[in-house]
Design a protein around this ligand. Structure first.
Ligand code: FAD
Ligand code: SF4
Length: 524
């Protein structure tokens, strides 16, 4: 039997692969979409049941199976969260969707650190527009240089604690704006409107938040041009005699059945750790040892404050769509001893949990009274700061250890740089200043060490003009294997303090256009 050859094989169906495969299928391309996880119906989640009334304990979210798969970590402690489900991490993300600014693509030219991207904000702008329309992003136009405006539906409204913290920001000369999120604040966008239950990061039961498995792939499959290979891990990419990738070898996670998928073009969308892992396990060309290097993400920190103004007020339902407001990057004072900046997301921790309880002394009736008094005042600031892309921070594969499918496991090597630590200290101090200006009865801030990366890891197959220190060119096409593209966050040259996914989706849409154009010209 003659084996079918697809136009394009997309590997990974998360934010980048789901969007890319959808755009290609809609443009008339025959696509094979390979996804390591199964489809999980969000309507079957039990977020609204009390934990003690559920028949079986629910895993924290719909897509964390990959956490059970081995990974080795070296250096400073950071978390790497890999999803294994159709839709990838969009099945349980928080959907904050921020455009990078012009300066964010020009770190070398404007700030003297890292490297410039080989593309500009202007080149990505039309794709940001398309990404926002596809994802349905709420927000407001604010005319901020550091955070370009986009195509928004009406915003989320601030809650009490956010208004109080907003006034504190004003005193300090900081802006607080409605958050920008890929979340339907109103009906009429082809999906249910949000009902403010606060479970976004366990998976949205009504899919009010953007999720490629629910909002892109069903329409793509209706074209008849998208064939889905779910629950199937791509083990290796196999080269043909012409030096181009000819097929992907797959292993089914349940049946362990092996098969090959042939295509003219391959796109890696496996996420920032898994894409370099697949490349390295395939032993594809890596002449300059660039694959896996420049791994970075966000340095993060949480401060929790119980606001004096709200203490002892009647208990009120403060649930919402996790965070409703955002404090964008700002520049204050000449005392900065670092490059880059940070922003704060607010109140994305659950109101259902009395976080204060474990930080209060005592026990018995008095202790319970104090826990209750404080509860209405709960609020939190989550700082997200820039991390410098450094060559020694990298993903490799283990020479001996293999996972359950016989695939060599990934190894992550990471150390914070001096700039990251200076920025972290200022982020912690500014959080405290905001709370002092707001007035708090209890402040809890774990300042001991920075945390990373908040599942925002990027950079390990970076974009650039020089193959010595980059893996893909300005069109996300591999320098050394011309029929392979990479469009997940691993293709980022650098990252500012902004969340990565809107940019990942914009790049996926741009790459779909590139592949269609190159194919039409016979250049692929
Ligand atoms: C709790 C949480 C909150 C978040 N909040 C935000 C936020 O507010 N804003 C934001 O911008 N970002 C946020 N993120 C990050 C966001 O989810 C990711 O940036 C985004 O999903 C990355 O897209 P991706 O396509 O690169 O990877 P993923 O979405 O992870 O998709 C990768 C897919 O590839 C599959 N795969 C991997 N290897 C293979 C293989 N070898 N063969 C077959 N399939 C494979 C995986 O199963 C997975 O489905 C959050 C993430 C988490 C976990
Ligand atoms: S708050 Fe809104 S978007 Fe989040 S899980 Fe609930 S309904 Fe879905």
């Amino acid at each position: 039997m003659v084996q079918r050859v697809y136009d394009v094989c997309v590997i990974g169906a998360g934010a980048s692969g789901g969007v890319l495969a959808g755009a290609l299928a809609q443009a008339g391309v025959e696509v094979a979409l390979v996804e390591g996880g199964p489809y999980r119906d969000p309507a079957r989640l039990a977020n609204h049941a009390w934990p003690y009334s559920r028949a079986a304990p629910q895993t924290p979210s719909v897509g964390v199976d990959a956490q059970l798969e081995p990974i080795e970590m070296h250096g400073d402690p950071i978390g790497i969260l890999r999803a294994r489900v159709l839709g990838g991490r969009t099945t349980h993300w928080n959907a904050v969707s921020l455009r990078f600014a012009e300066a964010d693509f020009r770190e070398r030219s404007w700030n003297g650190i890292e490297d410039d991207w080989p593309i500009s904000y202007g080149e990505l702008e039309p794709y940001y527009d398309r990404a926002e329309r596809l994802m349905v992003v709420c927000g407001t136009r604010e005319n901020l240089e550091a955070l370009p405006d986009g195509q928004f539906i009406p915003p989320l409204k601030p809650r009490c604690s956010e208004r109080i913290l907003g006034r504190a920001c004003q005193k300090l000369g900081l802006r607080m704006i409605p958050v920008r999120k890929a979340l339907a604040t109103e009906a009429g966008h082809g999906r249910a409107a949000c009902h403010y239950c606060g479970h976004c990061m366990q998976g949205c039961e009504v899919s009010a938040i953007f999720n490629t498995a629910e909002h892109v792939l069903p329409a793509a499959r209706k074209t008849g041009r998208l064939r889905l290979f779910s629950n199937s891990m791509a083990r290796q990419l196999l080269l043909g005699k012409d030096g181009r990738v000819r097929s992907a070898s797959l292993i089914h996670r349940q049946t362990r059945r092996e098969e090959e998928v042939r295509a003219r073009v391959f796109v890696l969308c496996c996420g920032n750790v898994e894409s370099p892992r697949l490349w390295l396990n395939s032993r594809l060309a890596n002449s300059h040892d660039a694959v896996g290097r420049y791994l970075h993400g966000h340095v993060t920190h949480r401060t929790m404050g119980w606001l004096s103004e709200l203490l002892s007020s009647p208990p009120a339902n403060q649930d919402g769509a996790t965070d409703h407001v955002y404090i964008p990057r700002f520049r204050r004072g000449p005392h900065r001893d670092y490059a880059g900046g940070f922003g704060y997301q607010l109140n994305f921790l659950s109101y259902a949990v009395p976080h204060q309880a474990k930080h209060l002394p005592g026990y018995g009736a008095a202790f319970k009274r104090r826990v209750r008094e404080l509860q209405p005042g709960f609020s939190m600031l989550g700082g997200f700061g820039k991390v410098v892309a450094h060559r020694d921070n990298r993903v490799t594969v283990h020479p001996r250890r293999r996972d359950a499918y016989g695939i060599p496991i990934p190894v992550v090597h990471f150390r914070w740089q001096a700039n990251d630590l200076s920025l972290f200290r200022d982020m912690v101090a500014t959080g405290r200043e905001i709370y002092e200006a707001a007035g708090v009865q209890l402040l809890v801030s774990d300042d001991a060490r920075p945390a990373g990366f908040a599942s925002h890891e990027v950079g390990a197959m970076r974009m650039g003009v020089d193959p010595q220190n980059s893996v893909v060119n300005r069109f996300c096409q591999a320098h050394e294997v011309k029929n392979v593209f990479v469009t997940d966050g691993s293709c980022f040259t650098t990252m500012p303090e902004k969340n990565p996914t809107l940019t990942i989706v914009a790049l996926a849409l741009r790459t779909a256009d590139t592949i269609v154009a190159l194919s039409r010209r016979g250049e692929l």
